[in-house]
Ligand binder design. Structure first.
Ligand code: 13P
Length: 306
């Protein structure tokens, strides 16, 4: 029951004037942390794994099945509405594998592909995913990255409203991520958002809009972005940064005398990974409040079981 279609979560967000957060996990600790944050804030949430940062050989050799099975097990019994995303796969085949692995939302990272290739791949994905009850996101327009202290925008391009409309009509995707000044991996400062472009995209495109690059997105532009049609934000880098800082701090407290069995992977308070998990949960809770989705879980649950 708590596993719900992403389009339902996104349309309820649009109706309610808030956005749903997607918080990118990489293991069971970070995945549980996202779910626990959503339960603590009574928020609908999108959880999942991002393929971009993962090794292709690992993903293609049982990695996607492993992530899908683990995620579905942990979502089971969750009390808030959850959609389960395999984000930004390198290939169409990986996204198709996600459809069969338990994800109910998939996306190819085709933002830098030639437009026709990207459209063809997303259309094929939609054709396979929709009959299986799985929703599809695509990104049209491409984001710069923040790497080694500077913005790298090779090949980055802001989303053109008319082309975005064509992309959605040709592919049938359920949600469209757009490039309007948002930047991936940005930790040093915040991005500058072109709200007029966002509004023009919204006028041309009828599916919910998504903004990647939640880490560097300016807090004070969140409300305006939602008003301009954004129903989902993606957050990744900030979560890993805060997780790692907490783990490093905890490791620094190690005297060398404590039981390694308590410290490593025990899920007990002494487990150094639990320190990272707590930081992840706190960070997600802050974003859920920022996006206005905190306290909205029951509204979504009522739509399916009035
Ligand atoms: P950040 O890592 O910049 O928060 O972006 C995450 C993202 O967009 C994942 O799709």
């Amino acid at each position: 029951m708590p596993l719900m279609p992403a389009p339902l979560l996104l349309s309820e967000a649009r109706r309610g004037g808030y956005a749903v957060g997607y918080f990118e996990s990489w293991d069971s600790y970070s995945f549980e942390a996202a779910l626990e944050a959503a339960e603590a804030e009574s928020a609908p949430i999108i959880v999942g794994f991002g393929a971009t940062m993962l090794d292709d050989a690992w993903l293609d050799h049982r990695g996607i099945d492993h992530l899908g099975a683990m995620g579905r097990t942990l979502i089971d019994g969750c009390r808030v509405p959850v959609a389960f995303l395999l984000n930004e796969t390198h290939t169409l085949e990986q996204a198709l594998a996600g459809v069969g692995a338990g994800f109910n939302f998939v996306m190819i990272d085709s933002q830098r592909w030639p437009k026709d290739d990207a459209m063809r791949a997303s259309r094929k994905l939609v054709e396979a995913a929709h009959p299986a009850g799985v929703a599809v996101e695509a990104e049209f327009g491409s984001l710069p990255d923040f790497v080694d202290g500077r913005i790298v925008d090779d090949g980055a391009a802001m989303t053109d409203p008319a082309e975005a409309a064509e992309f959605v009509a040709e592919t049938g995707v359920d949600a469209l991520a757009v490039s309007v000044g948002n930047v991936h991996l940005l930790t040093a400062f915040t991005s500058e958002i072109d709200l007029d472009r966002l509004t023009a995209i919204r006028a041309a495109v009828d599916v919910p809009l998504v903004l990647h690059g939640g880490t560097g997105f300016p807090d004070d532009a969140v409300r305006a972005a939602i008003a301009a049609g954004v129903a989902k934000f993606n957050v990744g880098t900030r979560l890993k940064r805060n997780y790692l800082d907490a783990v490093v701090r905890r490791i620094g407290e190690w005297t060398g005398r404590e039981s390694v069995h308590d410290l490593v992977g025990s899920h007990k308070p002494a487990d150094f990974l639990e320190a990272g998990k707590a930081a992840f949960t706190d960070t997600v809770r802050g974003f859920l409040r920022l996006y206005g989705s905190a306290g909205r879980a029951d509204d979504v649950l009522k739509v399916v079981a009035p």
